[in-house]
Design a protein around this ligand. Sequence first.
Ligand code: PHE
Length: 541
Amino acid sequence: MAPSPRDHEPLADTPTHTPNDDANAVERGVWSSKLGFILAASGSAIGLGNIVFFASNAYQFGGGAFYLPYFIALFVLGIPVMIAEFSMGTMTGRSFPMALSRLVGKKGEFVGWWSLASALFITMYYVAILGWALCMMVGALGGLLEPGATAPFAPFAEPSATPSATAYFFGLLASWWPLLAVLAVWGVTLLALWKGTETIEKTVRIAVPLMWLFMLVLIVRGVTLPGGTDGVMYLFTPDLAGISQPDVWKGAFSQMFFSLSLGLGTMTAYASYLPKDSDQVNNSFMVSLLNCGFEYIAGIAIFAMLFAFSLNPVGGTLSLSFFAIPQGISEFPFFVKTFGFAFFLLVVMAGVTSAISLVEGMASAIIDKTGTSRATALTMVAVPGVIGSIITTLPFIVDPNLGGNGTVGLNFLDILDHWAFSYSLLTVGLIECVLLGWVFGADKLRAFVNQNAKLKLGVWFEVLLKYVIPVILFTVIVWNLYLDLFGGALYGTAFPLGPVDWFPVVIPIVWIGGTLALAAYLTSRPSAEEPTEPAVAAFEN
Ligand code: PHE
């Protein structure tokens, strides 16, 4: 019954409305304008996913085989789920777990916390990657793109005869620099979150336009390289044989969820700072198209460079952006250092605006649940987050021989990413669609959205939410789980892990056990505001 505190309807008609609610809305924060929100939400969406992961997924799954499922995923899954996540925020004026709690009760809250617990794990290694990117950015001005040089204080790296981004990167991993860099990234992220929407907006107003500018420069550079257009052809020529592989579809769907920042509570948190009468159809289209537009531009620039310099990124997800791209840049005829610096600055800016949203999703949920101050909530997220990022980058757990495969931290990241990235986002997406579609009611959600949308959602939206999306996600999840558990070796066992050969078994168990336990604990804690009945009736039309 409880209406949202952001409700613009007359207060007298809303008996369960507590007097503080409107003050509370202002305290929680509001975006100063629609532009501020669009910049923040697209800044969240555009991140490592668009530059680092998209290109490497598209490469791994064979360019043309990837982008068709990806395009389908955008319209069938991405935009509808984003409409749902945005609407939850505006409908309730609450971030993810408490929004779900208001709409469908405790079971929803549990799912919300579970997704945020996974977000915490993901943030740990997301920031670690950003730390490495920051080091590479500084390195671009120093020795990264020059022959012979290795990363500063890199005790294990051999100086290379030609510029070698790979040697530089592993040299870096064996040094203490990434630790400092990770602390710097966390510091900037927390500063940007210090005053909530006010400081977030200030940050994205600078970072997001700059990101676009840098990317446009890179694409012009990429496609004007001799042979660059071959890469563009590779990316866009449909490959029908590849499309029949289940892996390609899982890859495309997970990538879509991650890229649009879905399933981790961030979009609901950001939308909870919007007025209740916002047009969420319009917002969702704008944010997703900005995100995917950026992704394609990044894909074109990166593939053009790969083909122009005949680079073959072997190895894991990171090798494309961290080894192949700087390698290509080092062969530019001019402005090598400037381009190298700009590329990694772009990665860092894109990533920081996403990390901000990941942390905000968690912090705002803690504030909504406990009523604590922003500083306390940020500390509660930052302490485990910083520890996790440090574990991922610790130099002294480096494989002493650097057997070519990198560090324990890199393996930790890879295995955790496999489970959290592939399963948690899609599972949350599945459950939230079922809860909203069947428990809250797809018809009520559609009616709410349509009240303020210029482009009205048809019945197709209800069909997608109730049947199509759950069936697709369920199939993909179960199929992949089956392949993971019974299809041969457990993920991660293919690499020699030495003393940490228990990683592939223990990491998924700790992740799933840890996140479920944390979610159960947080759900069981008393809420600062009294639990409301599901807000279903408030939106009866
Ligand atoms: N969308 C971000 C990216 O592409 C990652 C992210 C996921 C951020 C979920 C927030 C929430 O890198």
